[in-house]
Design a protein around this ligand. Structure first.
Ligand code: NDP
Length: 262
């Protein structure tokens, strides 16, 4: 692995599973120190231990924080500043999608979804902005293809994802030239949330392999499979690194060709 993050410090929200966990591994392999948060304390401790054993304790900081809790997140950001004294990139990855049509989405569901998608950006960005400006950093938002290609069965997630893209564009101007702001648009990546849907499948005799092959076929993904978390992590790493130093306000499609817009 090219040491493209040597001496850099990256904050990743939602680092204990899926794309966030793969991003930690990618960044640590590239020489970075990482700080990550998630809500489940046992999983934070486990990932901390695993990563410290592989890459060295001094390069890993894990803390329990819900991105929707502004105070908890700013305490996490203070811990990052105390330990590392810098933040070269912030990866806003924490979150999940909501399956619901317009008919079965309540007002509270709409409020919850908009709060999750917007404040999972606002709280980390507010807390890390000063460090990012000091280091001349980058923000990478893990967003969804739904932002541009809405799905009726994920009506409020699609709307909220589009709002996040609008925020990315606005911030890329307001934070320039010190901080670059970009997004990846994920199609279907095999991760914690898809494993949970596999566990909840109606036909329990269906194997994991058959479930995911059928899903890829049903969604008509041109590359004929779901993405791997490390494939999304590669795109995140590119946008967080100096390799993308003249890119801001942009998005990178990580959907195996599922995107239909031009
Ligand atoms: P996973 O469910 O595998 O991992 C989510 C991670 O985020 C976990 O570490 C989880 O830990 C953490 N997390 C969730 N909510 C919060 C919160 N409020 N505060 C802090 N941490 C939180 O998800 P994926 O890797 O699949 O998804 C990563 C991102 O990509 C998400 O934003 C998701 O919506 C988006 N995405 C994923 C797609 C896919 O196909 N996988 C498609 C489109 C978008 P804990 O639960 O302990 O907090």
């Amino acid at each position: 692995m090219t040491p493209d993050f040597e001496g850099k410090v990256v904050v990743v929200t939602g680092g204990t599973s899926g794309i966030g966990l793969a991003t930690l591994e990618r960044l640590l392999s590239g020489g970075a120190s990482v700080a990550f948060c998630a809500r489940n304390g046992d999983r934070v401790t486990k990932v901390c231990k695993d990563m410290a054993a592989r890459f060295g304790e001094s390069r890993v900081l894990g803390q329990v924080a819900d991105v929707l809790d502004a105070d908890a997140f700013s305490a996490f950001a203070r811990a990052v500043d105390d330990r590392f004294r810098r933040c070269d990139a912030l990866v806003n990855n924490a979150g999940q999608g909501r399956l619901s049509t317009f008919a079965d989405t309540s007002d509270q569901d709409w409020r919850d979804e908009i709060e999750l998608k917007i404040f999972s950006q606002i709280n980390p960005i507010r807390s890390c902005e000063a460090m990012l400006r000091r280091s001349g950093g980058a923000i990478v938002v893990v967003n969804s293809l739904l932002a541009y290609q809405p799905e009726p069965h994920m009506v409020c997630t699609s709307a909220a994802r589009a709002a996040v893209q609008s925020l990315v564009k606005s911030l890329s101007v307001e934070f320039a030239p010190e901080v670059r702001v970009n997004a990846i648009l994920v199609g279907l990546v095999h991760s914690g949330q898809w494993e949970r849907r596999f566990e909840q499948r109606t036909d329990k005799s269906q194997s994991r392999e058959a479930f995911f092959a059928e899903l890829a076929a049903r969604k008509a993904i041109p590359l004929e499979r779901l993405g791997r978390p490390e494939e999304a992590a590669s795109a995140v790493a590119f946008l967080a690194s100096d390799a993308s130093s003249y890119i801001t306000g942009a998005h990178l499609d990580v959907s195996g060709g599922l995107s239909r817009h031009i």
